[in-house]
Design a protein around this ligand. Structure first.
Ligand SMILES: C[S@@+](CC[C@H](N)C(=O)[O-])C[C@H]1O[C@@H](n2cnc3c(N)ncnc32)[C@H](O)[C@@H]1O
Length: 344
């Protein structure tokens, strides 16, 4: 199974680390670098980010930024507040990278990343950004899996310290991602979204990238459900699955499988089969737009046993057709309803 786990799903079992990465011990003084880092109350010569990340700069100097005092094991408290920063704030942009290949990124996302002084993100996502973009950034701050709260706080602190910052994620920042968390953290620090000119730069969400690989399964009403019980309890996820499967929605399933979530996946398959026929078409897309992309169209009755195969992991999105979805020429087709009004 892949360990390329999306961080917002925070499934520590997929990682060999405990979400605490090695800290960057090469931190130099903020005055040595061109960037503005850290709150005024912290000593930039000794401040280190506690997010478990690594900070690198395109110049020789590196610096750890932000006045956060939390670490990954206790990442519930917000450290510095807006009062701790003397600088005029920069801009904070939550940028969606799309599925993962450079051509899948929007032009606006590319521009936003080129505008940013600092780019912050999960290491896997940072690696998806073309070199010509990361090379021009003053600093790249990346953390391994987990640490999404501390990483997002780091991006807010860097912005309040006067830098233009892009925090990146796969797909779209509004789909099971960090745009909302960024706003919550800004608010909890006593700052405002306007103060940091907060902008969400949309990206192509996994449902759409994966839908495109499968044909046209999503052209009618669609519901997305994440099987990650990190933030939503499983009974609630089960009741959402029942509600969606009872109605005639196409269902996209995010975060479908991990070693810790075998049971969630199994339960999901059982629930779907209580409302849908076993021959309901199901599309499985692993790592859309990435080197290890895999696509499969199967039937709902076959889905559960595929949970133990390589195609289904935390970089997979599953599309469950509605009762009208059919497979034609190796593509899923969900009629939009034109056939009821037009002859063709
Ligand atoms: C935390 S969510 C982030 C979703 C993302 N913000 C989006 O808009 O697609 C992570 C989940 O998105 C899905 N996903 C992300 N990238 C994917 C890709 N390239 N191919 C297939 N599924 C992907 C997987 O279901 C994964 O478990």
């Amino acid at each position: 199974m892949s360990t390329d786990t999306d961080p917002e799903s925070t499934d520590a079992d997929e990682s060999t680390s405990n979400c605490g990465a090695s800290t960057d011990t090469e931190a130099e003084t903020a005055s040595d670098s061109g960037s503005k880092c850290g709150a005024s109350s912290s000593d930039s010569t000794s401040s280190e980010s506690k997010c478990g990340g690594s900070s690198s700069s395109s110049s020789d100097s590196t610096s750890s930024c932000g006045a956060s005092s939390d670490d990954d094991s206790t990442e519930k408290e917000v450290g510095a507040t807006v009062e701790d920063f003397d600088a005029d704030p920069g801009q904070l942009m939550a940028v969606g990278l799309g599925p993962g290949h450079p051509e899948g990124m929007t032009q606006r996302a590319r521009e936003a990343l080129l505008e940013a002084d600092h780019i912050v993100g999960y290491t896997t996502y940072i690696e998806l950004i073309p070199d010509e973009i990361t090379e021009q950034a003053e600093e790249i701050y990346d953390t391994p899996m987990c640490g999404e709260v501390s990483r997002t706080e780091e991006s807010v602190d860097r912005t309040l310290a006067g830098n233009d910052v892009a925090i990146v994620g796969s797909g779209d920042p509004n789909v099971y991602a960090l745009a909302g968390l960024a706003l919550e953290i800004i608010e909890s620090k006593g700052a405002t979204a306007s103060m940091v000119d907060f902008e969400v730069v949309p990206g192509v969400p996994a449902a759409q990238s994966c839908g495109a690989r499968l044909g046209a399964p999503l052209v009618n009403d669609t519901v997305s459900i994440s099987l990650s019980d990190h933030l939503v309890p499983m009974p609630e996820i089960e009741s959402r699955l029942h509600a969606a499967a009872k109605e005639s929605f196409t269902i996209t399933i995010y975060n479908p499988w991990s070693r810790k979530r075998r049971d969630n996946f199994q339960k999901c398959c059982e629930i779907l089969l209580t409302h849908r026929d076993p021959d309901t078409p199901v599309g499985i897309v692993h790592a859309a737009g990435r080197e290890d992309e895999q696509v499969m169209i199967t039937e709902l009755g076959e889905l559960e046993e595929l949970g133990e195969s390589e195609i289904i992991d935390m970089t997979t999105t599953i599309v469950v057709g509605n009762e009208e979805t059919y497979v034609w020429d190796d593509r899923m087709v969900t009629p939009r309803g034109y056939e009821t009004k037009y002859d063709y």
